[in-house]
Design a protein around this ligand. Structure first.
Ligand code: 5GP
Length: 125
């Protein structure tokens, strides 16, 4: 079920619990601004999620409320993850689902990084 992006941040959401160390994850990268880990149901040979450490429901929430330092730090972290995974040569795809129409399922902002194969069609459904 997609989330309602207008609801307040839910500190019990699954990514908040991963950030607090209450649930495990296959960690790929971490710095002051972001945590990256493998998606539990990968849709590509490489499928990593990057989440900000702050409590932001969605891309909309983050871009409206996060500080410039948080936004810069998060964007740099996404780039660092792609380079760490050596995707910067072959290329990769980024995706952010936002709210109902975007079919966002977890109410903590996450950027999907897809790589390890050639992508063609932009949107499959
Ligand atoms: P969304 O549809 O919200 O953009 O994507 C949510 C993503 O989170 C999905 O790709 C899903 O497989 C992933 N996911 C959901 N629960 C967990 C979890 O507990 N651990 C990990 N690593 N990924 C999860």
């Amino acid at each position: 079920m997609p989330i309602d992006p207008k609801l307040p941040y839910d500190p019990a959401n699954i990514f908040a619990r991963i950030l607090r160390g209450e649930l495990p994850c296959a960690r790929v990268y971490e710095d002051d601004h972001a945590l990256a880990f493998n998606d539990i149901r990968p849709q590509a040979p490489v499928h990593v999620l990057v989440i900000p450490k702050g409590e932001y429901v969605s891309w909309d929430d983050f871009t409206a409320k996060a500080s410039d330092a948080e936004i810069a730090g998060f964007m740099r972290a996404v780039g660092a993850v792609t380079r760490q995974l050596e995707l910067d040569g072959p290329g990769y795809r980024l995706m952010v689902n936002m709210g109902g129409a975007g079919h966002q399922e977890v109410p903590h902002l996450h950027v999907h990084i897809f790589g390890g194969r050639q992508f063609f069609q932009m949107i499959a459904d």
